[in-house]
Design a protein around this ligand. Sequence first.
Ligand SMILES: Cc1cc2nc3c(=O)[nH]c(=O)nc-3n(C[C@H](O)[C@H](O)[C@H](O)COP(=O)(O)O)c2cc1C
Length: 197
Amino acid sequence: MPERLIIGISGASGAIFGIRLLETLAQSNEYETHLIISPSARVTIVQETTYSVSQVEALADVVHNPADIGASIASGSFRVRGMIVAPCSIKMLSGVANSYDADLLTRAADVQLKEGRPLLLMLRETPLHVGHLRLMVQAAEAGAIIMPPVPAFYSKPETVEDIVNNIVGRALARMGIENELYYEWLGMRKGRPAPNA
Ligand SMILES: Cc1cc2nc3c(=O)[nH]c(=O)nc-3n(C[C@H](O)[C@H](O)[C@H](O)COP(=O)(O)O)c2cc1C
């Protein structure tokens, strides 16, 4: 049976990160993906990408309604590998940091922390005030991985696609899921590094 992985898409800019994650996992067939899209993310998907919400949902194995607090993934007894929230809004971060489990997105995230499973928050906001920074510390202290989608330039990206792939690849690797979306740094040299394979 494939392992289960929860993907949350909240209403920060960068819906494409969650979409690329789903596309990558759908290709690998190794994970059963459980998707939650917040109401705000439904807006950003349409605003920022060429995908419709139903096209994004079709990439997942199971789609959960964010209002369904009785869903399987709301319980720690339901075995999952962990959860990635990409992108993660400040509101979502605040929910995680304060265990304010008002919907399935924040409840499922809180469950990962209480069960000692990895929870990666691809937090997207800039600039950050001290309240945001405090929430990040609070969430990290509870066990969350704070991974803002900050681009790397040493891999010499040529397109936005390259930047998105690199960030998504590194997020998956941080969850222990190896993939070929990013380039492995093998030391200083000229030109583009070889793909990670
Ligand atoms: C186009 C667009 C871009 C947004 N970008 C961000 C962002 O980068 N970071 C953020 O925290 N909120 C951003 N927001 C605001 C959130 O969508 C808003 O705070 C929302 O309440 C978050 O709800 P959610 O966490 O339930 O998805 C954006 C909203 C829109 C419409």
